[in-house]
Design a protein around this ligand. Structure first.
Ligand code: SF4
Ligand code: SF4
Length: 332
């Protein structure tokens, strides 16, 4: 799947944001043009890809957000929109008016929710998120980024029930940005994170919510009991690391936000999405030749050799390695 940034502008300032530096370097008026949207749609169709994710910044800030969604639906795409849920009344009315006529299996929102107690936000921002969930709860799954080990999920379950959201919780780990300082979950803290997630199992089960782990979780930090539970609830679990294919409004491409500072290319250099993926898979492989995984035992781990665990995220490898070797990725 390709991720298209409709704009690099955002309305929030999350403390764990791994896109902040990339956003700061982009012009304020940075929004994707119709010319590039049509180019990308043709590119994806030619690649046999029919799923596209729209993100930002805040993608609904794009002045033609609804028209872009309608165009991509018309081209046959399934769309996932990653949003904060924070938008003007006019934009929300426009979005709700059109999207509620479309079945949720064609378009789905992932609303990235922050705990109002641990990550306070202005009152007006919380009201806008509530308005969004009131209008589009059934089209929306919650997303949550973990950036501290004492996180709470109670408010998420409350929102799922209150707004009739879909029973899937996308759980991301805040990731380190290459060559930058930011808040993220360190490898040595992941066991605590997994234990805390597992402590919510009664609520996941009671409300029939599937935990959907995002990239970077190390398989060996799960006990057999925990693994069995995650597999039973979700039908599988992800212990991989991308590459995600993130495409900026100007068609620059990189393999996920935390790695946006290195090996950026232009989509115009490639013939298909498979070519882009192959380029970044090769890059990841070459990084892992020198830095196999986040733990010393990853080098000889059978889970890594049979492809069941990536050995943590490349973002972590570059951050950990950077303490010893400045810019390890630049020599590749
Ligand atoms: S590859 Fe590394 S992180 Fe993954 S299970 Fe093996 S030792 Fe753990
Ligand atoms: S480098 Fe891998 S683990 Fe880190 S954010 Fe990107 S895809 Fe996820």
């Amino acid at each position: 799947m390709a991720n298209l940034l409709l704009t690099t502008r955002c309305v929030r300032s999350c403390p764990y944001c791994f896109a902040r530096n990339e956003m700061a370097q982009s012009p304020q008026s940075d929004t994707v043009s119709w010319e590039n949207i049509i180019y990308l749609a043709d590119f994806l169709v030619r690649s046999g890809e029919h799923h596209i994710a729209l993100l930002g910044g805040e993608p609904t800030l794009h002045p033609h957000f609804v028209d872009i969604v309608l165009y991509l639906l018309e081209r046959g795409f399934h769309i996932t929109v990653f949003t904060s849920g924070v938008m003007s009344d006019e934009r929300l009315e426009d979005v709700a008016d059109h999207v509620t006529r479309i079945p949720p299996d064609r378009i789905q929102f992932v609303c990235n929710l922050n705990d109002p107690e641990q990550t306070p936000a202005p009152e007006g921002e919380l009201r806008r998120v509530e308005a969004f969930l009131t209008a589009l709860g059934p089209w929306t799954t919650p997303g949550f980024n973990i950036y501290r080990t004492d996180f709470s999920l109670d408010f998420i379950f409350h929102n799922i029930t209150r707004f009739g959201m879909q029973g899937l919780l996308r759980i991301g780990l805040a990731s380190p940005i290459s060559q930058q300082e930011n808040l993220y979950i360190k490898s040595e803290d992941m066991k605590n994170v997994i234990d805390r997630l597992y402590s919510y199992r009664a609520l996941f089960e009671k409300l029939h919510v599937k935990p959907n782990l995002d990239c970077g979780f190390p398989l060996c930090y799960f006990s057999d009991e925990q693994l069995g539970w995650f597999f039973r609830m979700s039908g599988g679990a992800n212990f991989g690391c991308g590459p995600a294919i993130d495409i900026k409004p100007n068609m620059d491409v990189y393999s996920c936000f935390p790695l946006s500072g290195i090996h950026k290319r232009s989509l115009f250099e490639f013939d298909s999405l498979q070519d882009v993926a192959a380029f970044y898979i090769d890059l990841h492989d070459r990084i892992r030749q020198d830095f196999p995984g986040v733990f010393a035992q990853c080098a000889t781990c059978t889970y890594r050799h049979d492809g069941r665990c990536s050995g943590g995220g490349v973002c972590h490898l570059l951050r950990d390695a950077a303490h010893e070797t400045p810019n390890p990725c630049m020599s590749l």
